[in-house]
Write a protein that binds this ligand. Structure first.
Ligand code: 3PG
Ligand code: CO
Length: 574
């Protein structure tokens, strides 16, 4: 039968403090002026690379290596942290939705049958990110869903769009709205009443995450459900074009708007009897809206009206919370993650000052609010909460709210680093897992200068959290570090053609890349607790993030389960 018990590693000892540091959005790319990691002064990360070539390498962090449909898909934090924690590669939401749409199975599922009951008298509302970024949603999936829903009986359809500019270029919203309006016009020719009903920029409207700022969700609710917004337009194309004209405006932060008819009445508020689908497959930025749509009891903001609707998510966003209770496609079943194994194998004997004490394995997870779920929820296979609260501690450093992070590119990196250092030195924790968000959060703003400052701050934070551990090791903790990243971002800040030359816009300026990248990410291991013979294997050139889990288990003195992707390390007898 199945057992949680892990085999002891034949060569590596237990009881070492292992610091696992994830630099969010930190890839490896050719050095040039738009590689902010290269331009920034990053002595700590440079020294990890140069100091021990056999303990530094690159791993894949995009495409099929992390369960995405193709190798043209950039990495992202959901799939990256999933792979880091699960140690195996799962077909991810993007892929599962593709399959469900291709085979038509989506229309045979419980979720679709459920919303279909509303098609007779009610309207079908589709809410989500209008983008082909493939991180949270994909435009072609929305197109197929519109077509399929209309073929399966939806007569009145309203789309509530969220403009992107984060996973795709800023300004691309205009093209997406044009295409969508075309598609909707074609549906209208077939006698279906199909329109865009509301919109807003993803970072200002609806797509907050980890309960950072409920006002974001409220702004969306007012537009989508109540049909109220500060800006009213006759068409969505006009809306995005006009709203983009105000100084400093961009796709990510467009204010909320509603589309109104000739009498000034909103064309698509959500009312009793309607069906609603949130068409993002990725969970983090849909969970808050899903709660507002699904929960009878709700006190995060005043919903004013709570319509009796049939609501389904594209996926179920949280398996623990069963949220939402209805969904079109089943999410990947990520189980037996490394965190759960480690918690089950946590009892260890720890000798300290001649007194032999029984110790439990404790995991300490450190992060800013904006990345809360990355090293917890995503790492644990999209599972919220602890496996065993006696053994895990989550420490959240509140993120600044209501600002764009290029204004404060250092974010809370130093606070995180200092907490991490304190935690390591306390010796209370077997594993201290840290997410440093700077390269990613500032990289997404497209502000090259601020991203350089952000990369420097993240590098400094790695130093602060690990330096003491290294210097004071023999006396103190004798620990091990693993420094890696979840996907690229800050290392490529410009779009390039096939030849690698920066692309220019019509005014001759370089086209800024706000999104993640296809680049591999570094992983470095070291520290005084690392057995001297440990080095990276030479025979895993194609390894990716999923190989990290087995590696970390080894560093805790365990063999990984046999179905995990192979460990990156081998131990040489010296
Ligand atoms: C976001 O949600 O901020 C971006 O779309 C993806 O960034 P992340 O994968 O780094 O969270
Ligand atoms: Co990101």
């Amino acid at each position: 039968g199945f057992s949680w018990k892990l085999k002891d590693h034949p060569k590596l000892a237990k009881g070492k403090t292992v610091a696992v540091v994830v630099l969010d959005g930190w890839g490896e790319a050719n050095p040039n002026q738009y590689n902010c990691i290269h331009v920034a002064d990053t002595p700590t990360m440079d020294s990890l690379k140069k100091g021990a070539p056999e303990r530094w390498r690159l791993v894949k962090a995009h495409g099929t290596a992390v369960g995405l449909p193709s190798d043209d898909d950039m990495g992202n934090s959901e799939v990256g942290h999933n792979a880091l924690g699960a140690g195996r590669i799962y077909a991810q939401g993007a892929k599962l939705v593709d399959i469900a749409l291709e085979t038509g199975k989506i229309y045979e599922g419980e979720g679709f049958k459920y919303i279909k009951e509303s098609f007779v008298d009610g309207m079908l509302h589709l809410i989500g990110l209008l983008s082909d970024g493939g991180v949270h949603s994909r435009f072609d999936q929305l197109q197929l869903l519109l077509k399929g829903a209309s073929e399966h009986g939806a007569k009145r359809i309203r789309v509530h769009i969220l403009t992107d500019g984060r996973d795709v270029s800023d300004g691309s919203s205009v093209g997406f709205v044009e295409s969508l309006e075309n598609d909707l016009a074609k549906l209208c020719e077939k006698g279906i009443d199909a329109k865009i009903a509301s919109g807003g920029g993803r970072m200002y409207v609806t797509m907050d995450r980890y309960e950072n700022d409920w006002d974001v969700v409220k702004r969306g609710w007012d537009a989508q459900v109540l049909g109220e917004a500060p800006h009213k337009f006759k068409s969505a194309l006009e809306a995005v074009k006009k709203l983009r004209e105000s100084p400093g405006a961009n796709d990510q932060f467009l204010p909320p708007f509603v589309i109104v008819d000739d009498n000034g009445k909103a064309v698509g508020p959500i009312v009793d009897g309607d069906a609603v689908v949130t068409f993002n497959f990725r969970a983090d930025r849909m969970v808050m809206l899903a709660k507002a749509l699904d929960y009878e009891k709700f006190d995060k903001f005043d919903r004013v009206r709570f319509p009796k609707i049939r609501y389904t998510g594209m996926l179920q966003y949280d398996g623990e919370l069963k949220l939402p209770s209805h969904y079109l496609v089943s999410p990947p079943e990520i189980e037996r993650t490394s965190g759960e194994y480690l918690v089950h194998n946590g009892i260890r004997t720890f000798a300290c000052r001649q007194v032999v004490r029984r110790y439990c394995l404790f995991l300490l997870l450190l992060f800013e609010t904006v990345k809360f779920g990355h090293v917890t929820f995503f790492w644990n296979g999209n599972r919220s909460g602890c496996f065993n609260p006696d053994m895990e501690e989550y420490v959240e450093i509140p993120s600044d709210i209501g600002i764009s992070f290029n204004a404060k590119p250092k974010m809370k990196a130093l606070e995180i680093a200092e907490k991490a250092r304190g935690a390591i030195l306390s010796r209370k924790f077997d594993q201290v897992r840290v997410n440093l968000p700077n390269g990613d959060m500032v990289g997404h703003t497209g502000d090259v200068q601020a991203t350089i400052v952000a990369c420097k701050a993240a590098d400094e934070a790695v130093k602060v959290s690990l330096l003491r551990m290294i210097l004071d090791a023999i006396e103190q903790v004798g620990g091990i570090y693993v420094v890696t990243a979840d996907h690229g971002n800050a290392e490529v800040m410009v779009k390039r053609n096939k030849k690698g030359e920066p692309l220019l816009d019509k005014d001759g300026n370089v086209q800024i890349l706000t999104s993640h990248t296809l680049q591999p990410v570094p992983i470095a291991i070291g520290g005084p607790g690392l057995a001297p013979g440990v080095r990276f294997c030479q025979d895993l050139p194609g390894a990716g993030l999923a190989n990290v889990a087995a590696t970390v288990m080894n560093l805790h003195g365990f063999e990984a389960p046999s179905d995990y992707e192979p460990t990156l390390i081998e131990v040489y007898d010296e």
